[in-house]
Design a protein around this ligand. Structure first.
Ligand code: GDP
Ligand code: IMO
Ligand code: MG
Length: 428
């Protein structure tokens, strides 16, 4: 009986989906706690690949309850598409999927505002996924948001849509010079979604806490990653939610005293999609090799991911702000065959060395990484299931990462597939 948070330690796409699916073997309930369909979590079982966006990555285990928590922003059409896509492939999505009444809805005007805002920012754009995530969280904080529970009351829904559109249509027309939205049309569309989603809507905070009280194993699945967190990431080049472990408490409605472990997912190198600083970014053939070999193209938008060496400065930051109890190092196999592997241990800026993540965005943007170089390994690590079967240099790389971050490796992932990993410590 344990409650484990799985959190991205870098800029997202660390392999959280694979880990959550694997850990779900022992979990009774899996909950997403923030973000929305900006996330793309990949699970590969034999030769079948699934990309989950809003539905927790535990859904492929038919006896596990999957919860979309209150901290998530839900685009109902995307959710319905995802449910249907899974059902078409024979996956059970019925009473095993629950959506919090308090989760906020992404409305069509949020998507329009997201894209119009990005266009207006021009060169300074964030490179969002264009899914309406930011504007939906803006409405939540402004206390004008519409929640999943409102889908159950057409009168309330109607009133809220009309009230919001008075401001939003003004903005769209006068600031962004684009078309507005018709409130009746949106209302009818969302009433249609309500009919389909109704049976999944629940008081999920109670359900999660009851599961914990009953001694069940609960998994809390983060989306994005620590450096995309609205408070602790590379602001303003971040997403609009608390993706760190603390977000699991608010976003699922569970107290900090109930959390037993926090597993940080660390890709064996660094990637980032969208704009914003990435100190260890590679612009040479090694960066390209890693991108191609690692299939580093967005699971949601298909955009090429920027690739670089492992950065342990940001990982120490992730260890601190998440209170990591362990890490899962993923995609070790992608580094197979490299002659040399670099690890960033600190940054240099104007003659000063920084071993902690600098909060000043100008320092982080302009700093140069301080590297330590290790010998690569010749053999393949793909699919290796035992630590002592890894090439010695690969073992040394893992040990050095643990040392530099100060957190032990609990899992090492050596391939895309479900069971391609080394389990060093159980989470449950
Ligand atoms: P997430 O958003 O954190 O769930 O990660 P994504 O699914 O967006 O991206 C991770 C990608 O790496 C996916 O294509 C996974 O199938 C793949 N992956 C995960 N772990 C491993 C691994 O250990 N080795 C390899 N080769 N691929 C992996
Ligand atoms: P998973 O869960 C990687 C990035 C976007 C952009 C920034 C803000 O698969 O790891 P948003 O649409 O959220 O307002 O975009 O955040 N981003 C991600 N990058 N993985 C993700 O999710 C991401 N979700 C958002 O590229 O830079
Ligand atoms: Mg992803």
């Amino acid at each position: 009986m344990a409650t484990v948070i799985v959190v991205g330690a870098q800029w997202g796409d660390e392999g959280k989906g694979k880990l959550v699916d694997y850990l779900t073997h022992k979990a009774d309930l899996v909950a997403r706690y923030q973000g929305g369909h900006n996330a793309g979590h990949t699970v590969v079982i034999q030769n079948e690949k699934y990309v989950l966006h809003l539905i927790p990555s535990g859904i492929l285990h038919k006896d596990t309850i999957c919860v979309i928590g209150n901290g998530v922003v839900v685009e109902p059409a995307a959710l319905i598409d995802e449910i249907r896509g899974l059902r078409d492939r024979g996956i059970k999505v019925g009473d095993n999927l629950l959506i919090s009444k308090n989760a906020h809805l992404i409305m069509p005007y949020h998507i329009a505002l997201d894209n119009a805002g990005e266009k207006m920012r021009g060169k300074k754009c964030i490179g969002t996924t264009g899914r309406g995530i930011g504007p939906a969280y803006v409405d939540k904080m402004a206390r004008t948001g519409i929640r999943v529970g409102d889908l159950l009351s057409p009168e309330i829904l109607k009133e809220k849509i009309s009230a919001n559109l008075r401001n939003i249509n003004f903005l769209l027309k006068n600031l962004y010079k684009s078309g507005g939205f018709n409130s009746r049309k949106i209302l009818n569309e969302y009433i249609g979604y309500a009919k389909i989603l109704k049976k999944h809507i629940a008081d999920t905070d109670l359900i999660i806490n009851n599961a914990v009280a009953a001694g069940k194993n609960v998994l809390l699945e983060g989306a994005q990653g620590t450096l995309l967190d609205i408070d602790h990431g590379t602001y303003p080049y971040v997403t609009s939610s608390n993706s760190i472990a603390g977000g699991a408490c608010t976003g699922a409605g569970i107290g900090p005293t109930r959390i037993t472990k926090v597993l940080g997912v660390v890709k064996a190198y660094t990637t980032r999609v969208g704009s914003g600083p990435l100190p260890t970014e590679l612009f040479d053939s090694i960066g390209e090799e890693i991108r191609m070999k690692g299939g580093e193209f967005g699971a949601t938008t298909g955009r090429p991911r920027r690739c670089g060496w492992l950065d342990t400065v940001i990982l120490r930051h992730a260890a601190t702000v998440n209170g990591l109890t362990g890490i899962a190092i993923t995609k070790l196999d992608i580094l197979d065959g490299l002659d040399k592997i670099k690890i960033c241990t600190a940054y240099r800026y104007r003659g000063k060395t920084y071993s902690h993540f600098p909060k000043e965005s100008d320092i982080f943007e302009k700093c140069t990484p301080v590297y330590e170089e290790m010998k690569g390994w010749k053999g393949s690590t793909l699919g290796i299931g035992e630590f002592n079967k890894l090439p010695l240099q690969a073992q040394a790389y893992i040990r050095r990462i643990e040392e530099l971050i100060g957190v032990r490796a609990d899992i090492i992932s050596t391939g895309q597939k479900r069971d391609e990993l080394i389990l060093l410590r159980d989470q449950f």
